[in-house]
Design a binder for this molecule. Sequence first.
Ligand code: 4AD
Ligand code: MG
Length: 461
Amino acid sequence: PKPTKTKISQLAAHRSKRARVSGWVHRLRQQKDITFITLRDGTGYLQAVLSGRVNQTYHALTLTLESTVELVGNVQVVPEGKTAPGGHELIVDYWQLIGAAPGAEDAFTNRLNEKTNPSIQADLRHLVIRGETASAVLRLRAALLAAFRQTYAKHSTIEVTPPCLVQTMVEGGATLFKLDYYGQPAFLTQSSQLYLETCLPSLGDVYCVQESFRAENSHTRRHLSEYTHLEAELGFINFDDLMAHIEAMICESVDILLADPNSAALIKQLNPKFQAPSRPFLRLSYVDAIAWLNEHGIKRPEEDKDGNPIKDKSGKEIMVEHAVGDDIAEAAERQMTDIIGKPVFLYGFPAELKAFYMKRMPQKEGSDVLFTESCDLLMPNVGEIVGGSMRIADYDEMIAAYKREGMDPSAYYWYTDQRKYGTCEHGGYGLGVERLLAWLADRFTVRECSLYPRWPERATP
Ligand code: 4AD
Ligand code: MG
């Protein structure tokens, strides 16, 4: 009788017994009368040995990479001095070809690797994800989301699923994807923040894991047109509580990953030098960050009134010192985080640079710049991974904010009502899952951290 089917990750329980596994031929080696297969089933890798009569069949001789097979045999602990994934191998006595793949002659199967032209890799993302590195990143991504969910549950924070189809903006009209919604204008959501805020009186502290969409014509290592946005909103807190919470969620989730042998092994595989960040994270005010940039000679391109860089006669951008009120651009931010070399909270950005809903700090005497209770968390190699703030809690102040931004308050009636029917001091944040993963798994770009990444000229596969 055939033994029952087993996943590769469960085979340790079947040592010295017969087992049946199915999967893809990940590696293949013919050695005289023996065929060695590394079988992949998503849960792990298994070394299988086909010898003697089982190896003499036509299919065994013409077996190709990426074909699917079913293998039946004895699970044997590998002899001392030999290594195999899991410490055992399958000595096959019966096997069956399920679906043949084109094999070595095929341009994809054998030659697709990390050095392949990035645009071909992107076209073949559906095959790339079969690779050891890409699948490890996806596996770690799943573990990361599970760890966050566990951490939120521990902190009595409830998961909700806000809509993706919306008729309001959160982070400015410039990056909205517009669409026709049964003849009415609508957008793909940029952030679920406003919906999360409305949940506070219903569910208490809430979070969501939802896709956000940004029509930014950015071709950087850290921008996607669609990304997974982990957002949370907390009631009856102050700005310090908010930063402490962000830090706790990240550190506790990382601790969960490191404590689990499977996810710890993935981190080790992808980012061998990774160490859990030490707490508390460094906190640097925006004003101090501007001074820091100037002390370190990190300049910004001078811009004309439309925000375009001004070039000198030779076509080079003219670089100038940062001043309070300036945006800290991606390049400067990256240099800063790379020098500091550990997580850092930048906080207290000028209101001019930030979104309409952010709570303002009391204006400093003698200063004409208004600052907000806002923070960005920056990570080495990636830069900003979290953006958060305290929100305007006062009704009249909210109405004034719409006016200042030229927004039509009527579309936001449900958001404004939050301030009418029992307001509270509250705040929250959004974390870019692909960016956090790029930091954790030491990936060069967030494109490697998304299943099927989207950027301006790509929405396929
Ligand atoms: O800083 P952002 O725009 O903040 C918000 O959307 C707030 N409404 C969130 C909130 O308070 N609930 O975005 C938050 C995070 C960024 O720090 C970044 O990690 C990620 O979302 N992000 C992107 N990730 C990939 N590609 C893009 N184009 C991204 N834009 C933002
Ligand atoms: Mg931001």
